[in-house]
Design a protein around this ligand. Structure first.
Ligand SMILES: *Cc1c(COP(=O)(O)O)cnc(C)c1O
Length: 429
């Protein structure tokens, strides 16, 4: 598309946008009496306007039914998580029984590694991307120590080549191949939180399997942002959070995926709890754990119904929008427009003030653009904040901005660009 950096053009794209009505389904934070330009869905997605109603329904059920809410009422809590799995499985490209909503993300990463990090003899190493989200680094370090290994030896991190910002798939595959003898697990994010790079999950999974290893993914920045096909790509396991692109509230419930080929594997370790027990026999309270079939068998504790209700409020909006593939079409156009607007600023000033480190190729990124400022980065970021553009800051000089197709408009992107232009002028770059 031939983009133009004008308000008229942005307004025209908004008028043609079949998803434009969805913005009204969200509560947009206010800045000086107007909608803020909220470009921070990579960190915390916005509140669905329906969220209160979904929570209130469960508070009412609790009020009216007390403990009987587990089995009675409109949405018995015992099966509430099943209402999520249809939409959730479609978002991550899984079969319904391959996903379940439970716990929070880092907790789930640990629980899944209990099952799928099977360090044995010579095969104990893990390959991950360098500069992974810190929680994942800490989780993996502590897991390898738990298995009696030294993280410096057992964890192989892959970094970009000199003077490059993102990883080349060929390099990832080559490092997997060359460590095949000692490799237990390849654990990557779906999209790197810092650069916004969307990894080739299918290729990484295939290479991991050829090397005799397991392939797991942390989809915190991918779930609800880009379509993935976990089942068809033969991914072994994955987990994600719901509070970023899935708009399910701060600390919202996480989700897991376990490929069905592992359902009947009795050799897998699990840290079990009663909620993972087969549901038909759970309340017999008998000794001896018997796992529920599918991803449900990894549940541990009584589910937090209020968090599930928030998740459902948001997932129902994904459903109404026609699913992740529909959102992705707008997302590519919207982020493409943002990239154009940023490049226009550089062109207008005749120098590279903003350098986008997120891949140029739209297949290799989601909606986020990570922008390195040539100088005075923190001042630019603060200028954005004061002027109602909400993004996020990562040391030492990166601003992450993410136009989200469900609630951001082309006008948001245009206005963010104009405010960046004013920032460059007023700060004097
Ligand atoms: C956001 C994020 C987390 C956060 O984990 P919590 O357990 O929800 O705090 C972990 N890993 C990645 C890759 C993330 O992007």
């Amino acid at each position: 598309m031939d983009y133009q950096n004008t308000l008229a053009f942005a307004t025209q794209l908004d008028e043609q946008d079949s998803l434009k009505g969805f913005r009204d389904k969200f509560l947009i934070p206010q800045h000086n009496g107007h909608d803020a330009i909220y470009l921070c869905g990579n960190s915390l997605g916005l509140q669905p306007a329906s969220a209160q109603q979904y929570i209130t329904a469960q508070l009412n059920a609790w009020q009216q039914l007390g403990v009987e809410g587990w089995f009675n009422g409109d949405d018995p809590w015992i099966a509430y998580h099943k209402q999520l799995s249809g939409t959730l499985s479609a978002i991550v490209g899984a079969k319904e029984d391959e996903v379940t909503a439970m716990n929070s993300l880092t907790v789930n990463l640990h629980l899944l590694m209990v099952s799928f990090y099977k360090s044995k003899d010579k095969r104990y190493k893990i390959i991950m991307e360098g500069g992974a989200f810190p929680s994942d680094q800490y989780a993996l370090e502590s897991q390898v120590k738990f298995h009696g290994h030294d993280p410096k030896d057992a964890i192989i991190e892959i970094f970009p080549r000199n003077s490059e910002d993102t990883l080349r798939t060929e390099d990832i595959l080559e490092i997997i191949n060359s460590n095949a003898d000692e490799l237990a697990l390849v654990l990557f994010s779906g999209i790197n939180y810092y650069t916004g790079q969307f990894f080739d999950i299918a290729a990484i999974t295939k290479a991991a399997h050829q090397a005799g290893a397991i392939a797991g993914f942390d989809l915190a920045h991918a779930a609800g942002n880009v379509p993935v096909k976990l089942h068809n790509w033969n991914v072994d396991f994955a987990c994600w959070c719901s509070y970023k692109y899935m708009n399910s509230g701060p600390g919202g419930i996480s989700g897991i995926f376990v490929h069905e080929k592992h359902f009947d594997d009795k050799t897998l370790n699990r840290f079990a709890g009663w909620w993972g027990y087969r549901q038909d026999k759970r309340f017999l309270m008998a000794p001896g754990f018997q796992a529920a079939k599918g991803a449900d068998g990894w549940q541990v504790s009584t589910p937090p119904i209020m968090l599930m209700a928030l998740h459902k409020a948001s997932l129902d909006i994904f459903e109404q929008a026609g699913g992740i593939e529909v959102l992705r079409v707008k997302s590519e156009l919207l982020t493409g427009y943002f990239e154009f607007v940023l490049n226009e600023i550089n062109n207008n000033f005749g120098k590279a003030i903003f350098r986008i480190i997120t891949p140029k190729n739209k297949q290799d990124r989601g909606c986020q653009l990570s922008i390195v400022c040539s100088e005075k980065a923190r001042e630019i970021f603060d200028y954005l904040t004061v002027n109602g553009v909400i993004g996020d800051w990562r040391e030492p000089n990166v601003i992450r901005l993410s136009p989200v197709p469900l609630y951001n408009s082309f006008k948001d992107v245009f206005v963010a660009g104009s405010i960046l232009t004013s920032a460059v002028k007023e700060i004097g770059l």
